[in-house]
Design a protein around this ligand. Structure first.
Ligand SMILES: O=P(O)(O)OC[C@H]1O[C@H](OP(=O)(O)OP(=O)(O)O)[C@H](O)[C@@H]1O
Ligand SMILES: Nc1nc2[nH]cnc2c(=O)[nH]1
Length: 185
């Protein structure tokens, strides 16, 4: 189904900017410092979770200063909708994960079902250690398990529908250079 581009532009015009590009970049710099300290000698495989992880992974990776292999996983459970459903795998790992340290990078930990399933998948595939990094952690009490957190988190975000910096509104605005919340959600 095609989408009305005027509506897409209106959504941005009415959105609330929660974090500017500068604030996101400062958060990424802090995450990079922590990750450089934690993983510098671990020869990790670093996976971006498509599609949302594309922007944060691209911008975080150039701030990491140690050798690593890089790839992507593609799992989705929102599929251009505003609420999540069953996780659908589109691409799994090309590398052998046996005995490896794996770092998963995604844009947001919302309810956490996506990240929990990806961590379980990597462990089942033989990874020795699986760490997670997310730009945003949404504040609410609906996590996949109580107290669920990523190992590295950039910013906490309020319980609204978010877009920008990799997160979409109906497939659009992943390119928005800031973190925005949809009016009324
Ligand atoms: O913590 P959860 O509630 O599981 O939600 C988080 C996931 O939702 C989004 O992906 P989505 O399924 O929208 O696919 P996309 O990355 O292609 O937009 C986001 O990129 C995370 O991967
Ligand atoms: N675009 C977008 N995708 C999500 N996936 C899980 N939570 C969100 C959200 O707030 N916005």
């Amino acid at each position: 189904m095609s989408i009305d581009l005027e509506h897409v532009k209106q959504v941005m015009a009415e959105a609330d900017c929660l974090f500017s590009q500068e604030q996101v970049e400062a958060a990424m710099a802090s995450m990079a410092t922590e990750i450089n300290q934690a993983l510098g000698d671990s020869n990790p495989i670093v996976y971006s979770v498509m599609n949302g992880g594309l922007i944060i992974a691209g911008q975080l990776l150039t701030r990491l200063d140690f050798p690593m292999e890089v790839g992507y996983l593609h799992a989705t459970r929102y599929r251009n909708k505003l609420s999540g459903g069953e996780l659908f795998w589109k691409a799994k790992a090309e590398h052998s994960l046996v005995g490896r340290t794996v770092l998963i990078i995604d844009d947001i930990l919302d309810e956490g079902h996506t990240l929990a399933a990806i961590v379980e998948y990597c462990k089942d595939a033989g990874a020795e250690q699986v760490l997670t990094a997310v730009l945003l952690d949404k504040k609410h009490d609906r996590k996949a398990y109580p107290g669920m957190r990523a190992d590295f988190t950039g910013l906490e975000v309020e319980d609204r529908y978010i877009f920008g910096f990799g997160l979409d509104y109906k497939g659009y605005w992943r390119n928005a250079a800031g973190i925005f919340a949809l009016k009324g959600h």
